[in-house]
Design a protein around this ligand. Structure first.
Ligand SMILES: Nc1nc2c(c(=O)[nH]1)N[C@H]1C(S)=C(S)[C@@H](COP(=O)(O)O)O[C@H]1N2
Ligand SMILES: [Mo]
Length: 158
């Protein structure tokens, strides 16, 4: 094997390992009052939930954006979530309690794409809780702005 081929093979093995690691990386952990305790969901599992899109402005970006993800209530229903609120935790240690009722009163989305592109940590990903603020005047309020958790990684159902 030439030096060049050896390097190419090594590169292919690294790319393969990265692909496997990425697929198995849990993006969201759900704990607390759900059926069967804690679950960890990777991108494949999250993208298997019914896909929903939402066009809205946000308080931290310019203009309107198209978010793609799943409805929070679809996830919670599938996991058999009880309780009256969800504590959402972010990678930057931000935490906020969200009343369960929000997800049934409004189509709150957990977004993994914005304008067709995967959200990365640098742009509020990999997961961002997005409220349909343009559709409901009541949501255009600081009380709801707090609940737009970006860099979301854990939901604790209480
Ligand atoms: N992960 C994370 N999400 C967050 C925050 C935060 O600090 N970290 N701040 C909250 C608050 S207080 C508001 S008003 C909105 C917008 O916050 P930003 O202007 O800091 O983006 O996001 C919310 N989501
Ligand atoms: Mo805020």
């Amino acid at each position: 094997m030439t030096r060049q081929t050896g390097a190419t093979v090594a590169a292919l093995i690294l790319v393969g390992a990265a692909a496997v690691a990425e697929q198995q990386d849990p993006l969201l952990q759900v704990t607390g009052r759900i059926d069967g305790g804690t679950v960890s969901l990777d991108r494949t599992a999250l993208e298997a939930l019914p896909v929903t899109t939402l066009e809205t402005t946000t308080v931290v970006t310019d203009g309107t954006h198209r978010f793609t993800g799943f409805l929070m209530r679809d996830l919670l229903d599938r996991l058999g979530a009880g309780g009256d609120h969800v504590s959402a935790l972010a990678l930057n240690d931000y935490a906020v309690e969200i009343p369960m009722a929000d997800f049934y009163d409004y189509d709150v989305v957990v977004a993994y794409r914005m304008d067709g592109k995967a959200l990365h940590r640098a742009d509020k990903g990999p997961l961002w809780i997005v409220y349909p603020r343009d559709d409901h005047a009541v949501l255009q309020d600081i009380r709801y702005d707090y609940r737009w958790v970006w860099q979301l990684y854990q939901l604790d159902v209480r």
